[in-house]
Design a protein around this ligand. Structure first.
Ligand SMILES: Nc1nc2c(ncn2[C@@H]2O[C@H](COP(=O)(O)OP(=O)(O)O)[C@@H](O)[C@H]2O)c(=O)[nH]1
Ligand SMILES: [Mg+2]
Length: 266
């Protein structure tokens, strides 16, 4: 994982308590008492912890500072050449690649498009994009949970996009870390599918706060689910009052035109 996502910060982890109604153990078997390691020898002394935190903070500042510099350079170059770059973010399986292939099939005769694909492993998504006839570069991040500005810069060297084109960047499936890493895009677009639950904007607020647009995907499945569309939009707007919202189905094409119109005006 990355240095900024919090996995290196045990002090940021909060373990909640059971509600009282769940505390009683009525079963005949006795409850297992797991050892509590929280104050054990595995932890450093307070002085060591402060030193570790300072070192971590410095690493984070260095990583994000360097990333932001390069992201600004990417943005400057993309804007200079009239390339609209969008950073598509979602959890795995929300339909980013499906939306891209449907979009590219609708757009490719009118507009020159390119795709940078981010995944931990495999070339699968780049191959799905290339099947539409559009050029795609796959970036495999290995253990990394997000794309960064350097990866996009390197992919752009390989991709050689034309002036005034459209660049879609499909980030690694993750609603957490990509919110922190500016790639130089014009806008982040967060995709949430209706199978994921309407509470996700509240649970993963940073990515919804950082996005200009939320696409609610897989609306063809709504008749089979208990998904409250109005509640989901209200949750997203509680986090980001300015967020725009589109509803569509990447597989049936319902609502796709609203997305194509959005692309046109941006
Ligand atoms: N029913 C339905 N399935 C979809 C839709 N969009 C994507 N899927 C399916 O969701 C799965 C994951 O899609 P994919 O595009 O690979 O998601 P990604 O991991 O975000 O790129 C695939 O089985 C898609 O066919 C949609 O609008 N409706
Ligand atoms: Mg994908």
């Amino acid at each position: 994982m990355c240095t900024t996502c919090g996995c290196g910060h045990p002090e940021q982890v909060r373990i909640g308590a059971l509600p009282h109604s769940h505390e009683a153990n009525n079963s005949e078997k006795s409850a297992v008492k797991f050892p509590d390691f929280s104050h054990s020898q595995f932890h450093s002394s307070p002085a060591e912890q402060v030193a570790q935190q300072k070192r971590l903070l410095k690493v984070e500042q260095d990583v994000l500072g360097k990333n932001n510099q390069l992201a600004n350079l990417n943005r400057h170059l993309l804007q200079k050449h009239g390339i609209l770059a969008l950073n598509l973010v979602s959890s795995p399986g929300s339909g980013k690649t499906t939306l891209l292939t449907t979009t590219l099939n609708a757009l490719k005769t009118q507009r020159c498009c390119y795709v940078i694909e981010g995944d931990q492993q495999t070339e699968n998504d780049a191959e799905r994009i290339r099947a539409t006839g559009v050029s795609a570069i796959q970036v495999n991040t290995g253990k990394g949970c997000h794309l960064d500005a350097q990866m996009v810069s390197d992919a752009l060297v390989a991709l050689r996009p034309q002036e005034d084109s459209l660049l879609f960047i499909e980030n690694v499936g993750n609603l957490v870390c990509p919110s922190e890493f500016d790639l130089g895009e014009k806008a982040k677009v967060v995709i949430l599918s209706v199978t994921e639950g309407e509470d996700k904007p509240l649970k993963y607020p940073h990515i919804f706060a950082a996005s200009q647009l939320m696409i609610l995907n897989k609306i063809d499945l709504l008749p089979y689910l208990n998904f409250d569309v109005a509640q989901c939009i209200e949750n997203a707007k509680r986090i980001n009052p300015d967020i725009e919202v589109l509803q569509l189905s990447a597989t049936t094409g319902e609502g796709l035109q609203t997305w194509l119109d959005w692309l046109d005006k941006n």
